[in-house]
Design a protein. Structure first.
Length: 185
């Protein structure tokens, strides 16, 4: 099975699961995030990162209520590490950074924290809370930190019931192209 088929299989098997305390499924959340990236005319790599940013949730075998148990599943590391095997850094690295980007925004944008859903506030506490000054400097120096922040903002807005988005199959060619680019490296 190639990686795109594997991604589609993951969404077929687990995409209808609830998105951790939010009113949408994992698949709806992924499609809403990707659609926002498309609407912003983001590059293909960032659209793919938006679509796949929570794939770590589909890869791990932990229950949906893991945060309620006081456990950070580190889905960004699981997903970003897995994606790095098959896609260029411009896809995998924003995925790895989207949780750190939430911590960064909570430390640097006073209005941001007030806009987080209760589920995001709960996971923020498990993920280390807002960054301190040294963490902020280190984050800003990372390649793809800006893309991680943009991805985070789309992620936070992708929790709307009934929002019409493209189907997953509409991203197949884009994902195949990016996976082939990784193979050529």
């Amino acid at each position: 099975m190639n990686v795109v088929d594997e991604i589609f299989d993951l969404f077929a098997r687990r995409g209808e699961e609830a998105y951790f305390g939010e009113p949408v499924s994992q698949l709806e959340h992924a499609l809403q995030t990707a659609f926002q990236a498309e609407q912003a005319n983001a590059p293909d790599s960032l659209i793919a990162a938006a679509l796949l940013h929570d794939i770590g949730h589909l890869l791990h075998k932990l229950p949906e209520d893991i945060a309620d148990q006081g456990i950070d599943a580190k889905h960004e590391r699981i997903g970003g590490g897995w994606l790095a095997k098959y896609f260029p850094p411009a896809v995998a690295d924003p995925v790895k950074l989207h949780v750190a980007a939430k911590r960064y925004l909570c430390a640097t944008d006073k209005a941001y924290l007030a806009c987080l859903s209760s589920a995001s506030v709960q996971s923020l506490a498990l993920q280390g809370g807002p960054m301190d000054e040294e963490e902020i400097r280190r984050f800003e120096a990372l390649p793809f930190s800006r893309e991680g922040v943009q991805l985070r903002r789309w992620d936070d807005m992708a929790k709307l019931i009934g929002w019409q988005t493209p189907r997953l199959t509409q991203y197949q060619t884009l994902l195949e192209k990016l996976a082939q680019a990784k193979e050529k490296d």
